[in-house]
Design a protein around this ligand. Sequence first.
Ligand code: 5GP
Length: 139
Amino acid sequence: MSNYDDNNIFAKILRGEIPAIKVYEDEKTLAFMDIMPQAKGHTLVIPKAKAVTLLDLPADDASYTIQIVQKVAQAIKQALEVEGIVLMQLSGEAAGQTVPHVHFHLIPSSVHDLGKHSSKMGDMTEIQAISEQIKAHIR
Ligand code: 5GP
């Protein structure tokens, strides 16, 4: 069980202390746009439960969150008219995880085209516009 840091960036987003471009929220999960996207439409889904990695997440939260991952993936597919979405989940720094709150990446791309993670902010106007498209397709 990893120690949870209440000051991680996603905990701050969940508390509303820093802004996020949200596409879906309910009592247990939040989906929002990645601000350094690896492809257009790169979205993150997180459980609200305090867990660092997938292995720390209670099974009920894990199964609920994957249902929301599916819901958001469906919306991305329809909104952006893409055929494929890479679903990525890094558990542990050793795997490359940089934000210590469990999250699922939904990246409309091919695994063969994914480069190393960008460290540059994306075009926020474009990210905002894509988020509106995705939001409109959430069912
Ligand atoms: P990891 O490398 O931990 O699997 O992924 C962390 C992700 O969070 C990265 O894709 C990174 O771009 C994203 N990220 C980091 N800081 C922020 C932030 O302040 N807001 C949002 N929306 N995404 C962030």
